[in-house]
Design a protein around this ligand. Structure first.
Ligand SMILES: [Zn+2]
Length: 408
């Protein structure tokens, strides 16, 4: 089923000139304080210097001071990078930003190595709004290029932002599931615009079981072009009791069930993003056996449409925390919200917007919503900071407040 077009609201009707081409900060997209707490950790030397200063590192031994006179640069550098006695440097985190593209998808991952993966690019037009917001997240993470751009499928709320983004940001490679399969003029148009935008640039078609080479992370493709992985290396399939009561869902013929979906593992931390995969394609991943196992963070399928998020699937993946990338008037359906909300392992369901066409009983509390109804600003994102021990936090960029989830 085709998704609704852009919603209403002043954000779509701005007549301001485009901000590109430049990498300067956009004109105050929202007045939040900068989230520097974790950005610092992406800057190794700066972080080390701060850590040493903070912990009051003892004076270096005399021998090294003597050597310093002969080899000032190398020795001083070695001393500065050496952890304080009895202390270990904290592991650098994985950063994940769920960027507000008003009911589309754009999710930025930055590994401890600084390597980056962007999943989808939001919508076209709107004066480059979604590219602005992607660049805002990139600045917060301290990256200036995208190493890998995965396009989950060729609907405009995912692929539409590519032509604008490629004008602004260096992108190492483009990953997608292969040719558009949807028999519709609009998606043929959006696919053609994508091909034109990436002409001459590295493109790789991904298949289930393929990996994306991001140092420090294990990133594996679970679904693509309607196919799915038979088994995930290192994951033992387990029987899923929820399959017995799950209805048989009809397959739709759009691009949605062809979404390229990935599982990202960082030590004990696991993140699942399956794009707009619909129910008929969710079920084979978890029935009769759950091939995925459980995850810590689940990007809610298809922005929280009830065409996705079957109960047997959501319960099986057992997310601790979920993020729904809905728009104010797109997706966030009561049925999907309820399924995720009452899944057995859930601690919090975060949302990018209040689902204004739903009701209070099927929306999260305001603290868990980046852009609640009535907010004076728009475009706030949710930032996840994950550690390899499985602990992680979520920060709401609108409020600057962070909620922590301890390792299990
Ligand atoms: Zn979508």
């Amino acid at each position: 089923m085709r998704e609704p077009a852009l919603g209403s609201g002043s954000v779509y009707t701005s007549t301001a000139p485009p901000l590109y081409p430049n990498l300067a900060a956009p004109a105050a997209p929202f007045p939040n304080p900068p989230l520097t707490e974790y950005t610092v950790s992406q800057m190794q030397i700066g972080a080390d210097l701060r850590s040493i200063a903070h912990h009051g590192r003892p004076l270096p031994p005399l021998s090294c001071l003597a050597i310093t006179l002969l080899l000032p640069v190398s020795c001083v550098a070695a001393l500065l990078l050496q952890p304080a006695s009895g202390q270990t440097m904290p592991a650098k985190p994985l950063l994940i930003y769920s960027i507000d593209v008003e009911g589309g998808q754009s999710t930025l991952l930055v590994a401890p190595s600084g390597a980056s993966l962007l999943i989808d690019t939001g919508w076209p037009d709107a004066n480059g709004r979604d590219a602005d917001r992607i660049q805002q997240a990139m600045r917060d993470a301290g990256v200036t290029r995208i190493d890998h751009l995965l396009i989950t499928h060729f609907h405009v709320d995912h692929v539409g932002g590519v032509p604008e983004l490629v004008k602004r940001v260096p992108i190492g490679e483009f990953l997608d599931h292969g040719p558009n399969r949807e028999d519709s003029d609009i998606t043929r148009r959006d696919y053609a615009a994508y091909l034109k935008a990436i002409e001459g640039k590295p493109r790789r078609i991904v298949h289930p079981g393929d990996t994306i080479d991001i140092p420090g992370l294990q990133t594996i493709v679970l679904t693509a072009d309607g196919e799915h992985i038979a088994a995930i290396p290192g994951v033992k399939p387990t029987s899923n009791p929820g399959c017995a009561t799950e209805p048989k869902w009809e397959l739709d013929t759009t691009e949605n069930p062809r979404s390229a979906g990935i599982l990202v593992t960082f030590g004990q931390f696991r993140f699942l993003d399956l794009g707009d995969l619909t129910k008929a394609k969710e079920i084979p991943l978890v029935c009769p056996d759950n091939l995925i196992g459980t995850v810590d963070l689940y990007l809610v399928d298809h922005h929280g449409f009830n065409l996705s998020n079957s109960r047997a699937f959501v319960d099986a993946i057992h997310p601790r925390v979920a993020i729904m990338n809905n728009g104010a008037h797109k997706a966030g359906s009561p049925e999907a919200w309820q399924t995720v909300h009452q899944s057995p392992g859930i601690e919090d369901l975060w949302m990018l917007h209040t689902a204004e066409d739903s009701d209070a009983a099927h929306n999260s509390s305001a603290a868990l919503i980046a852009n609640p109804k009535g907010a004076t600003t728009d475009g706030a994102y949710l930032k996840v900071v994950a550690s390899p021990d499985g602990s992680f936090s979520v920060t709401n960029s609108r409020t600057g407040e962070t909620k922590k989830y301890s390792a299990k």
